[in-house]
Design a protein around this ligand. Sequence first.
Ligand code: SF4
Length: 394
Amino acid sequence: MTTVDLPLLPLGRGTDPLSERGVECPGDLPPASDPDLVARALAAKEALGDRVFVLGHHYQRDEVIQFADVTGDSFKLARDAAARPEAEFIVFCGVHFMAESADILTGPHQQVVLPDLAAGCSMADMARIAQVEAAWEAMAAAGVQDQVVPVTYMNSSADIKAFCGRNGGVVCTSSNAEVALEWAFEQKGPDNADTKVLFLPDQHLGRNTAVLKLGYSLDDCVVWNPHKPNGGLTPEELRAAKVILWKGHCSVHGRFSPDVIDELRAKIPDLNVLVHPECQHEVVLKADLVGSTEFIIKTIEAAPAGSSWAIGTELNLVQRLATAHPDKNIVFLDRNVCYCSTMNRIDLPHFVWAMENLVAGNVVNVIEVDPKTEQEALVALQRMLDLPGKSHRD
Ligand code: SF4
């Protein structure tokens, strides 16, 4: 698949018809009002049998997740796909970077299908390879590049993972970010110099991990803004920094705010606040527990009946947790509805469209990473798998 390098179009600012790339579906996209969609999806799945393996991310809509053979976070799903070599088609109900990771980790005989190519990730789009290469050059000009170890969150495009692979860096998830940063700081620059970390693309996960887990100060962290000359940083600031945070964030987790935590605590006695580390530092500081999607699910499963929880993660997951645990008082940590809009692009009509095309012998919306990128990204992924200890789930 060829990708077009389009600038990020912030929501609500003008229109860009090209940003709707991939939305058109050759043939008929069934209308959402079609009462037979569930039956059609079931029939297509049955017709394909073991030839198809359907992956469903935790943040997907219920109407789609009901057809998933497995559910999980992005890394677990990619590994689940790799463990199913007999499946010709991996239908990934998630977003683009996840489908890329599945393609990297599955065999060449397997094809990964994303039911709607417009299901991207705003965070992953905030670090584009040309911007990252420009930052890397600026770090060379400031005389620090050979001390910098790039670390990228799983939630990044394949070419950013490949950048980390070819420059001595590593991939991390929200579960193993601490171990990945420790590993990066243990590497040595020229003449045994201490290293710095360039953390991509989520500034919040990078800051929360460096400060709250590894004991660095906020002053040890600087933010590289790709929209400013030289990232908005002087060479002196780059030289003094321990952690260079890329100015990216998740548009879902970045919304939660500390004042809502105060409001909810005032209303709900003995409230436990449980948030994802992609939330802002000020939110994480006020929370009782912080952890990955899998951690959030396990924490709620283990919580005593009658306990109260405000959860700061994607709303589809929070709603499913509330439905699955009616004996616990579970509320969402935002005043407004807060779905991941790109995850929600994968709806039942697109799922049915993709599956029925597979039945008819048309493989649509294939996500294919080019061999060089795949090889370099695998280097960074393998370094992550070789990290000691912790789970690799995000
Ligand atoms: S929830 Fe955030 S990080 Fe996850 S896909 Fe949506 S925008 Fe990207």
